[in-house]
Design a protein around this ligand. Structure first.
Ligand code: HGY
Ligand code: MN
Ligand code: MN
Length: 411
């Protein structure tokens, strides 16, 4: 028998969540462990506890809302995503997966359907990696991939540590994170790219995710006055920055599957009439093939070495900061997503995720799959991010069908 979620309730929840940490252009800013992030979590908790889903938290701040099954000892089915956003993020990235997960649990209550297995709605801390690096932090710690101490020590631009924020919100008294046994993890998410929308299909069956490498690069010369000092006598890091930008673009343009992003550049001290003494920048490299990602890595490191030789007055430091390898999701689960979509009359296409997700870590501990829905013009990490009510509801219906299939509906 086919069941459907209450799409209007889901949409109302998405819009209510979007009122927390609003930014211009219908976007959101709920940076990890900020007061806005906590306010979003509190709103979710109010909805969950109103339906009797008991909350468990861990010491990295992950949240787990449980709907009990007939067999409390059975490994649970996990659904969920993240509530933290980029500084100028959208209303759907992560949030759709969390609120669709809540919608599935509530729909089961509304239908009076029990499941054999317990269900956990998971909210992972710091998926975005914007305020604190690396990304996918809470799920990485819970899956034993990111050392807990390393996560606690991560600092934001103001020197505030993850540990400080966790204790400010009272998470530090909770049990040390570990995901434990689970039947599977299923994450619904907007695609955050243009492929699904362009294909005219409603559901992306995500078979895996591309590899990611992050770097911090510092170029150090010498601050000096912008007026008296002739160009040839300066130790100005900006000309090296210009060539580094060309290098990163050139690495990206070699291969249509490659993705290279310089997301942050800072010239210090940052005054119009001071030659910068230091430039700091970040690089994000991605590729769906691990070997090709390594080729990109080598090209960046070798290119930096050549620039350091060519400009001996400028100290060039390149620090690899994070590596999330290419990940494959569970083929059986992907097949089940497809058959659920067939029953629901939803057109699908297979795809690999360009964006990183907590599911990348979960996939290394439990059978995992992702379900994508389109986002308008492929725009994300942008206040203009938008998924339609119809697509959000369709994605939640697939999530419901998968949960019923995996958790064993009874009664
Ligand atoms: O970096 C990513 O792809 C994700 O948005 N954290
Ligand atoms: Mn996300
Ligand atoms: Mn994101």
């Amino acid at each position: 028998m086919l069941h459907h979620v209450d799409g209007e309730r889901l949409w109302a929840r998405l819009m209510a969540m979007a009122r927390i940490g609003p930014v211009a252009g219908d976007g959101n800013c709920r940076l990890t462990l900020s007061d806005e992030d906590e306010a979003g979590r509190a709103l979710l908790a109010s909805w969950c506890t109103a339906r009797g889903f008991a909350l468990r938290r861990d010491a990295i701040g992950n949240l787990f809302f449980r709907r009990e099954g007939r067999d409390p000892a059975a490994p649970p089915v996990l659904v969920g995503s993240h509530l933290d956003t980029q500084p100028t993020g959208g209303r759907f990235d992560g949030i759709l997966g969390v609120l669709a997960g809540l919608e599935v649990l509530e729909t089961l209550c509304d239908l009076g359907l029990e499941t054999e297995r317990p269900l956990d709605l998971c909210v992972w801390t710091n998926e975005e990696g914007s305020r604190f690096q690396p990304a996918m932090m809470g799920s990485g710690v819970a899956c034993g991939i990111l050392p807990f101490e390393q996560a606690l020590a991560a600092c934001d631009a103001d020197g505030v540590r993850v540990a400080d924020e966790l204790s400010r919100h009272g998470y530090d008294t909770e049990p040390v994170p570990d995901i434990g046994p689970a039947d599977c993890y299923i994450e619904l998410h907007i695609e955050q790219g243009p492929i699904l929308e362009a294909s005219g299909k409603t559901i992306g069956v995500v078979t895996g995710g591309q590899g990611i490498r992050w770097y911090e690069i510092a170029l150090t010369g010498e601050e000096t006055h912008a007026g008296p000092v002739p160009m040839r006598l300066r130790k100005d890091p900006v000309p090296v920055l210009a060539r580094l930008i060309d290098l990163v673009q050139e690495i990206g343009n070699r291969d249509p599957e490659a993705r290279c992003t310089i997301g942050t550049v800072r010239a210090l001290p940052g005054s119009i009439n001071v030659v910068p003494g230091r430039v700091e920048m970040t690089v994000d490299l991605r590729h769906p093939d691990e070997a090709e990602l390594n080729v990109m890595h080598d090209a960046l490191i070798q290119g930096c070495g050549a620039l350091a030789k060519r400009f001996p007055d400028i100290a060039l430091e390149v620090a690899p900061r994070w590596h999330s390898p290419v990940v494959r999701f569970d083929a059986t689960l992907a097949g089940q997503v497809k058959s659920c979509c067939e029953r629901l009359g939803l057109a699908t296409r297979d795809m690999v995720s360009g964006a990183g997700h907590d599911a990348f870590h979960l996939a290394r501990r439990v059978p995992t799959v992702m379900i994508f829905v389109p986002c308008r013009d492929g725009i994300s990490h942008n206040p203009r991010e938008y998924a339609s009510p119809e697509d959000a509801t369709a994605g939640a219906d697939v999530l419901l069908a998968m949960v019923l299939e995996r958790a064993g509906a009874c009664g």
